[in-house]
Write a new protein. Structure first.
Length: 327
C-alpha cells in the first residue's frame, strides 16, 4: 500500500521508496526527485511495480531535463539558453522545447519569475530600490514589464483592449465539445467551449484592439498539454497563464488548481482554505470569471450538498467532466 506522503516527508525516510506525483501521474526514485512538489501532491510506493499498478508511469526524459533546467535557473537566473544547453549537453532547441512542454513558458520567462520571487523576499527587508537591484532588475520599468507572466495580464494592457498585442489562436474538438485556445507570448489568455464563430467573436470582444492570428504552431505546445490531460496522461493542464484577475481571483484560481482530479470542493470549503470563510459569494464570482476552462478547474467546485451548481459552459458539461475525472 502507498505510504502517507506527509508522514514520510516529515520523517525524511525515503530509502527504498518510489514517489508518485499525483497531478503528473509519474513516479520517481528519491534520487530523481530534484524539485520536491507540495506534500499533498505526493504518494509513496514500496516498489516500482506497485507504482505502475496504480497507473503511474516512469518520469519522461523531457521532464527530467526540465527539472534540471529549473534547478539551474533557481541558482543562476542569468543563465542563457546557450549556457544551459552547453551545461546539459543538449541543443538549445531541445532545452526550450522540453521546458516549454512541461511549464508552458521558456527558460527566460521562468528566470524572470525567479527574479520576481526574489524581489518580494528582498522587499520584506529592504527599500524598493535596493530590492530591485538585489533581485536583478535594473529599473522599476523592467519589473513592471516582466511581471505579467507571474501576476497575470498587466491592467493597462487589458484596459486598452489588448492594444499593440498579438493573440494567436487555434480551434479543435475535444470529448467535451469544441474549444478555442488563445495565447499571448507569455501564456494562455483564453480557453473556452462553444461554436467557432461565437468563440472568435468573444475573443475579439475581450481584446478589441489586439491582432488575432490563427496559428496552430504558435499554440501547439499549449494544445498538447491540454490533450495530455484529456487523454488521461496528466491530472492538470500545466501551462503558463496570461489572464487578468484581481488578487482575490488569483487566490481562488490557485486554490482550484490544488483540488485533485476526481475530487470536488464546495464554495464554502474553498473560501475556508483562503482564510476567508464568509467570502463564499466572492469565490463563486471568481469561478464564474474564469476564462480558461480546464486549466483553472472551476468545474471541481459544487454546492455544499454536493449537487452540480452553475457552470459558465453549462452544468451538463460540468457533470460530464466530473464523471470522466472520477473514472
Amino acid at each position: 500500500m502507498s505510504v502517507d506522503a506527509h508522514k514520510a516527508l516529515k520523517q525524511h525516510d525515503l530509502s527504498g521508496m518510489w514517489i508518485g506525483v499525483k497531478y503528473l501521474s509519474v513516479y520517481y526514485s528519491p534520487e530523481d526527485l530534484r524539485l520536491l512538489p507540495e506534500p499533498q501532491d505526493l504518494v509513496f510506493f514500496a516498489s516500482e511495480q506497485e507504482a505502475k499498478a496504480q497507473g503511474f508511469g516512469p518520469i519522461p526524459d523531457s521532464l527530467r531535463l526540465t527539472e534540471k533546467i529549473a534547478e539551474m535557473l533557481l541558482e543562476q537566473p542569468a543563465l542563457t539558453v546557450q549556457q544551459l544547453s552547453e551545461n546539459l549537453r543538449h541543443t538549445p532547441h531541445q532545452v526550450i522545447r522540453a521546458f516549454k512542454k512541461h511549464t508552458g513558458m521558456t527558460p527566460k520567462q521562468f528566470a524572470q519569475l525567479q527574479k520576481l520571487e526574489r524581489f518580494r523576499e528582498e522587499l520584506a527587508h529592504h527599500s524598493i530600490t535596493r530590492s530591485l537591484y538585489e533581485a536583478g532588475f535594473e529599473s522599476l520599468r523592467a519589473l513592471y514589464e516582466r511581471s505579467s507572466g507571474f501576476l497575470g495580464m498587466r491592467p493597462r494592457t487589458y484596459q486598452q483592449g489588448g492594444k499593440n498585442m498579438t493573440i494567436f489562436y487555434d480551434t479543435f474538438d475535444t470529448p467535451f465539445g469544441f474549444m478555442l485556445l488563445g495565447s499571448t507570448e507569455l501564456g494562455v489568455c483564453s480557453l473556452k467551449f462553444g461554436d467557432q464563430d461565437t468563440l472568435l467573436q468573444e475573443l475579439q470582444q475581450d481584446y478589441p484592439k489586439a491582432q488575432l492570428v490563427q496559428d496552430a504552431e504558435a499554440t501547439r505546445l499549449y494544445r498538447e498539454a491540454l490533450l495530455d490531460y484529456l487523454q488521461g496522461k496528466t491530472q492538470t493542464v500545466e501551462v503558463a497563464l496570461d489572464v487578468r484577475g484581481t488578487d482575490f481571483q488569483w487566490k481562488v484560481w490557485q486554490a482550484l488548481r490544488r483540488i485533485p482530479a476526481g475530487e470536488t470542493r464546495s464554495y464554502a470549503q474553498v473560501a475556508a482554505t483562503l482564510g476567508e470563510p464568509k467570502a463564499v459569494r466572492a469565490v463563486a464570482r471568481a469561478c464564474a470569471s474564469n476564462v480558461v476552462a480546464l486549466v483553472i478547474p472551476c468545474h471541481r467546485v459544487v454546492r455544499s450538498d454536493g449537487s452540480i451548481s452553475g457552470y459558465r459552459w453549462g452544468p451538463e458539461r460540468k457533470k460530464e467532466i466530473l464523471d470522466w475525472e472520477k473514472r
